[in-house]
Design a protein around this ligand. Structure first.
Ligand code: CP
Length: 303
């Protein structure tokens, strides 16, 4: 049977998105299930992570699997000049599944081509972060009870933000979404994603401010301006604090609106938002464990 990698969110069909939602709900109801017993998962993080790595490792532990790998590439033989090709060849001899984060766009697809075992992309540069998208979708479904007819605001770094790229593609599979992109000129949503929406006849609007339209939103998806993606630090300084969501801005928003953020946040959501019932980002991160259990179970045909 062909191995089932998850490199881009478009590797899954709409039916698979819905299957992951169903499985995530099952794992949320019953998190400890030994379906991965006897299997080894390699967790290879060539870039820093808190949530993705730890929620994957929690998911694997709750499924009864074992974890090998590294959180810091400086502790691997990559520092001696070993290529990604050779690293993946080796690791696929040891493990039944590879979870990998890498700073280079396309590295996850390359790893999947080299590997004899399935590869899950835990983020590749500014490209894709599909497992984040599936947990974002699970968070949207839990809070909105539907994927249809949602007005989705994406705010901040839409150029380098891999989470918004994957989420846009996934949500465009559902009925009648509207996208509002709020970004400064230098961080606008790339043309390729806007073309994707145009091809599907989906409405989108671009803005540099959002205080006057925030009350139309069902989802406000905040993102961090990612210092590590800028080659010029002066350009980063100009835009780093461009959007800061304050609690007062949510006063007249829709009752169903939820504020999501893949995290980590820096300044883009004021801490006074945290206690607002419309803030959902910490719960969203918690949903990452159930969703990643679902992705692993689906990938390994455990259910
Ligand atoms: N959302 C996310 O990818 O967070 P980490 O960088 O902490 O994994």
């Amino acid at each position: 049977m062909k191995k089932k990698d998850l490199i881009s969110i478009t590797d899954y069909t709409k039916e698979e998105y819905l299957r992951i939602m169903e499985l995530a709900r099952e794992f949320e109801n019953e998190p400890n299930q030994d379906v991965l017993k006897g299997k080894v998962v390699a967790s290879l993080f060539f870039e820093p992570s808190t949530r993705t790595r730890l929620s994957f490792e929690t998911a694997i532990s709750r499924l009864g699997g074992r974890i090998v790998g590294f959180a810091d590439p400086d502790s691997s033989s990559a520092t001696k000049g070993e290529t990604l090709h050779d690293t993946i060849k080796m690791v696929s001899n040891y493990a039944d599944l590879i979870v990998m984060r890498h700073p280079l766009e396309g590295a996850a697809r390359y790893a999947a081509e080299v590997s004899s075992v399935p590869v899950l992309n835990a983020g590749d540069g500014a490209n894709q972060h599909p497992t984040q998208t599936l947990l974002d979708m699970y968070s949207i479904l839990k809070t909105q009870k539907t994927f249809d007819n949602l007005n989705i605001f994406m705010v901040g770094d839409l150029k380098y933000g891999r989470t918004v790229h994957s989420l846009l593609q996934a949500m465009s599979e559902f009925e009648n979404p509207i996208f509002n992109f709020i970004a400064p000129e230098v961080l606008r949503m790339p043309e390729t994603y806007k073309l994707h929406l145009k091809d599907k006849g989906i409405k989108y609007f671009e803005h540099e401010e959002f205080t006057d339209i925030i009350n139309e939103a069902d989802i406000i998806y905040m993102t961090r301006v990612q210092k590590e993606r800028f080659s010029d630090p002066i350009e980063y300084e100009k835009v780093k604090n461009i959007y800061i969501l304050q609690n007062s801005m949510l006063k007249n928003t829709k009752s169903n609106v939820r504020v999501l953020h893949p995290l980590p946040r820096v300044n883009e959501i004021s801490t006074d938002v945290d206690k607002n019932e419309k803030a959902y980002y910490f719960e969203q991160a918690r949903n990452g464990v159930f969703t990643r259990q679902a992705i692993i179970a689906h990938t390994m045909n455990l259910k």
